[in-house]
Design a protein around this ligand. Structure first.
Ligand code: MG
Length: 368
């Protein structure tokens, strides 16, 4: 199986409601899509969002990076899989989301070549997952309304974005949501780096004292403040999850070996794809910690890949945060993950199971 063509384009998918965190507000998904064609007729699909504020990736920088990498992959064989991964990663530093899109397409092809779904290539498992859903940071009444709507849609786990107001407002919003949805709905908080360590401690301790058991609190402090992250972890009972603080396996090792967080959020767009995500999961297992598998604002290509990964590593993946497609008002993708409320199931077709992507714009083709 030889790589004969790489096609890149962009998709725009509107969101049901604006996605608001402590860092940004977004109304549509605008992602890069990569198709890798082979001489056997197989097509591998990959996707990457330009999440500049988190990963540093811009649409233009991802496309420029692909201009560099794509010619080096053309004509190469899928048999030399590790060489393809090394070429992808060593052609330039950073640009992890673009590398993730390429890796996802390469893994898709590898599983297709073997005639098995990607999760089976990665080790097997039960291809059924249940995700939380994001409640954007807003005024309290809007957040309560969005939470009640999510519960009515069948979700029993909410990921509440906080860190956009004062820390006291954050406490009030969380307690108001808990009163509205009741104690049987699991609550996770994501501050997206929005607190200083002491305020994070105050928020979490106030919620603990109110008798509300949070499943976890995600990235309470700035990504590079590992000391602050450890301070929060050491001064609260609630599990603390490192998200923006962990991109690479090296980042994970630093957080895990210092006990700076209880859980690691693995996102393919941070790790640069599946190969490094495997490294992070294995490190977490070594340290007797667990992981969340999350996504950026991705459609069903990137999230399907993340779901395949999560299924295969379910011994160490305890939390699923793969609500990207559920947040979208429409879908441009055929095949791949199937959604039913909070449930995600994967097809038994080879690879990712994706058969088509519609509405690509700004298409560019790299040929042998
Ligand atoms: Mg997060």
């Amino acid at each position: 199986m030889l790589i004969k063509r790489i096609t890149v384009g962009e998709i725009n998918v509107p969101l049901k409601v604006p996605f608001k965190t402590a860092m940004r507000s977004v109304t549509e998904v605008h992602d890069l899509v990569i198709l890798i064609d082979t001489d056997s007729g197989h097509i591998g699909y990959g996707e990457a969002p330009a999440t500049a504020v988190i990963t540093g990736d811009l649409m233009g920088s991802m496309r420029a990076s692909l201009d560099l990498i794509a010619p080096r992959l053309l004509g190469k064989s899928l048999i030399d899989f590790n060489t393809l991964l090394r070429t992808t990663h060593r052609s330039l530093v950073h640009h992890n989301s673009l590398k993730a899109a390429l890796e996802i397409a390469l893994y898709d092809l590898r599983a297709q070549a073997m005639g098995i779904p990607l999760y089976q290539l990665l080790g097997g498992g039960d291809p059924l997952l249940k995700t939380d859903i994001t409640i954007s940071v807003n005024d309290q009444d809007v957040m309560v309304r969005d939470a009640l709507r999510a519960v009515a849609d069948g979700f029993d786990c909410l990921k509440i974005k906080v860190g956009g107001h004062t820390w006291r407002d954050d406490v009030e919003s969380v307690l108001a949501i808990e009163r509205a949805v009741g104690p049987h709905v699991a609550l996770r908080l994501d501050a997206n780096q929005g607190w200083i360590p002491k305020h994070a401690m105050l928020v979490i301790q106030a919620i603990e004292k109110a008798g509300v058991a949070l499943e976890l609190v995600e990235q309470p402090v700035p990504a590079d403040d590992v000391v602050g992250l450890k301070f929060v972890t050491d001064h609260t009972l609630t599990p603390i999850l490192a998200d923006e603080a962990v991109f690479s396996a090296k980042d994970a090792l630093r957080i895990l070996s210092t006990g700076s967080a209880d859980v690691i959020n693995i996102k393919l767009m941070k790790t640069g794809g599946i190969s490094q995500a495997i490294e992070v999961a294995n490190l977490a297992r070594l340290h007797h910690k667990t992981c969340m598998v999350g996504c950026m604002l991705e459609t069903a290509i990137g999230v399907t890949a993340a779901a395949h990964f999560a299924v295969a590593f379910d011994d160490v993946v305890s939390f699923i945060d793969l609500d990207g497609p559920q947040l979208c008002a429409t879908s441009a993708v055929e095949g791949g993950m199937r959604i039913n409320g909070p449930w995600i199931s994967l097809p038994d077709t080879p690879g990712l199971g994706i058969t088509a992507v519609h509405g690509l714009t700004n298409v560019k083709v790299f040929d042998v």
